[in-house]
Design a protein around this ligand. Structure first.
Ligand code: PLP
Length: 398
């Protein structure tokens, strides 16, 4: 590791049990036991960058916590980050505050579709993508990803074309993709763009994992495909995943096209989105301005964790295969070799490995036989996870 990055250590992290962490609070409800290490919901068991915590402490020196607006400087910090890291240009007027990317997605569905109209999702995918569509009584248009023999997922453009009709209005793009870990290439995104342009389909690009991409891969913002793309795209971005700040409930949606922006605003204003919290504003700005180096060190660490898991999988290739990862800290594990039904697979991980993962089936039917493991852990905890899984696999290998 470069000298400058050595000051960041991820060998250990603060214990989250007892700190109201969702991962732990819902353990009994989800897994029926406290006796599992929870590696499910997508936040990190890693301390949030110190510069963020310091900014919050500084804000607390002022004793009034009344209503605030998101300061322009916070949006500007994010805009500068997006330009520098992802070569995409957004303007201040494009930016909407949102407490959650999923809430933004709901708002976009309300803004750009009517009940019964079609919304495309590319399964397997983060469950709120299809839950949002169904909860709002829109038609779910499933365009499943294809998967080749090496476990690499791709878009199925022919299927997409075949599924679209005049009632299809919106595409929910997950880029980079959770749970399959792909960083979509420019040429792949361009194919999606052409189809959407041809059919007047608006794109909600959920790019919340954009900063967690491993070299040599490079994230291409959908809006960066050119002015035609910018005109049909809403880009959801935030600090939640990147800097482990989900607890601050702050993200943004960038909408460069004025007409789309006005439509979105109508739905947005209906639910009174407020403007975030005093603490989240300063935390957000500090992260974008000061945590770049921390993120570089973090990604090196995360990839080491991923490598530990994939080394384990190589010892038991007939049971598990870890999907090649390009982005995110979520490993998509193909367990079909174990020959278990989904319920049995879940039970194996809980009872034998004592680990709490997300069942692949919850990401759509295409996730049957898979499990998703969150490896954003300290090195110490990752070693524990790998050990638990290895013990369980050794047992069934006989
Ligand atoms: C692709 C994707 N979008 C959105 C979210 C959730 O974002 P938020 O907490 O801002 O709603 C997640 C969390 O795992 C995610 O993976």
């Amino acid at each position: 590791m470069e000298k400058a990055l050595k000051k960041y250590s991820f060998d250990t992290a603060s214990e989250r049990e007892g700190s109201n962490a969702e991962k732990y609070v819902l353990r009994e409800q989800l897994f029926g036991t406290q006796d599992v290490l929870p590696v499910w919901v997508a936040d990190m068991d890693i301390d949030t960058p110190q510069c963020v915590l310091d900014a919050v402490k500084k804000r607390l020196r002022h004793p009034v916590m009344g209503y605030e607006e998101v300061p322009e400087s916070a949006f500007m910090a994010q805009i500068a980050w997006m330009k520098q890291e992802h070569n995409v240009t957004f303007a201040l007027e494009d930016m909407f505050y949102s407490h959650s990317v999923v809430a933004s997605m709901h708002t976009a569905i309300e803004a750009f579709t009517k009940e019964g109209e079609g919304v495309i999702v590319q399964t397997p995918v983060y469950p709120p993508f299809f839950h949002s569509v169904l909860q709002l009584n829109r038609k779910l248009v499933k365009n499943p990803l294809t998967c080749n023999k090496q476990g690499k997922y791709e878009f199925d453009i022919e299927d997409l074309k075949a599924k679209i009709d005049e009632n299809t209005k919106l595409l929910l793009l997950c880029s980079p993709h959770n749970p399959v870990g792909r960083v979509w290439k420019k040429e792949e995104l361009e194919q999606i763009l052409e189809v959407c342009l041809q059919h007047n389909i608006v794109v909600f690009a959920d790019e919340i994992h954009a900063d967690l991409v491993y070299a040599p891969y490079k994230h291409t913002p959908f809006a960066e495909l050119g002015s035609r793309a910018k005109d049909i795209t809403l880009t959801a971005i935030g600090v939640g995943k990147t800097f482990n700040m989900a607890g601050f409930a702050i993200s943004t949606v960038a909408i460069p096209n004025k007409e789309l922006r006005e439509k979105f605003k109508k739905a947005y204003d209906k639910v009174h989105f407020a403007q975030g919290s005093s603490l989240s504003h300063v935390a957000f700005e500090a992260a974008y301005k000061e945590a770049k180096e921390w993120l570089r060190a973090l990604k090196i660490h995360l990839y080491e964790n991923y490598s530990m898991l994939s080394a384990l999988a190589k010892k038991y290739p007939h049971f598990i295969k870890v999907t090649p990862i390009e982005a995110t800290y979520l490993a998509w594990i193909d367990c079909r070799g174990m020959g278990l039904k989904d319920k049995e697979l879940r039970s194996f991980f809980i009872k034998e490995a004592k680990l709490g993962l997300n069942p692949g089936i919850s990401f759509g039917r295409e996730g049957s036989g898979f499990m998703r493991l969150n490896f954003a852990l300290s090195s110490a905890k990752m070693a524990e996870v790998v050990q638990r899984l290895e013990n369980a696999l050794r047992k069934i290998s006989g």
